[in-house]
Design a protein. Sequence first.
Length: 117
Amino acid sequence: MVSYAYAFTIESSYAAAHKKAIEENKIIMVFLSERSSNYCNAKLLQIIQNKEITKLIEEKAVFVVVMKDQKESYPIEMLYSRVYPTLFFLDTDELPYCRALRSEIKNKEISDCLQGK
């Protein structure tokens, strides 16, 4: 069993994540993935198993996983993504907060985006 000092909720609905971000005055962190992709799953684990990143997400963001071709509505920019996974950082108006991170997502890049660098 692995224990982490910080934990956060992973939303499965973009609409619920957007509402929560507005209520909590946080950014929206959208992990766009392909279903059944081992690479995408590994990248997601890389994010949620990093204590520093987890702490920053808990403090500054609402995290949501959106699957390619998901029927639920989400921002149009994501519909045109061709690289998976892609990590989007959006403000509560659904505008880019930080540049999107694609495929080779590095923890330092996530940390910088969450800290507004």
